[in-house]
Design a protein around this ligand. Sequence first.
Ligand code: ADP
Ligand code: MG
Length: 255
Amino acid sequence: MAENKPVVRLSHIKKSFGDAEVLKDISLEVNPGEVVAIIGPSGGGKSTLLRCATLLETFDAGELSYGDLEVATMQNGKAVYGKKDVLRAAKSRFGLVFQNYNLFPHYTVLKNIMDAPIAVQKRDKADVERQARELIAKMGLDGNEGKVPCELSGGQQQRVSIARALCLNPDIVFFDEPTSALDPELTAEVLKVIKQLAAEHMTMVIVTHEMSFARDVADRIVFMDGGVIVEEGPAEQVINNPQHDRTKAFLNRYD
Ligand code: ADP
Ligand code: MG
């Protein structure tokens, strides 16, 4: 990855579902080591933005690149995606952690983590296993290698899903409401590992409703509502001194 380029760059992204324009000219760049939190009301387009960034969804207009890899460019007002090999390379640059873990229910913890690096990235099995075991330890999951997801708590499952994302050696990890399905106690253990990753300067984009977590962990906060970025800035500033009425109204609900 080129050092001087943003890890990911989304430029003037537009996305409609039928007549509904869900992303209206969204631009967002994330630099190496930066942690960006995306906050905002339900239906504002946060998940759609992450799905567009991670190629789970195509967008209509705009540009997307990962480092020097141009995934989609604008041609005659439309987004045109790169060839298969470009898309495949891009998919190795990011990890993704969902609200509902999305683990394979019949795979063990170890196999869940090792699957994509071996099957998709074609890496050496012994090498992947070594890394997977290190990540299991790092996520506080020692002793759970051979369990299947339903034998674990929600917090443990989410930590497996974070280990799975990290085992791809991504340049950036996207989180879509990683703690929304969890009780407060389990939420805390997941937020703790994300904080640890932030301290290690992992580049991350985190959609979250945990405002104090966002303020503590994020360098920058982006407030999205109605398919636009209404306001963004340093985390402290957006949380403690929001400028826009819509941001103020949203944050008031969390007091
Ligand atoms: P958020 O994550 O901020 O809650 P979403 O990105 O999930 O927002 O949704 C934004 C809007 O797009 C919502 O109005 C939602 O109903 C709509 N939407 C999301 N996905 C689809 C889809 N696959 N088909 C149609 N509408 C969708
Ligand atoms: Mg969402």
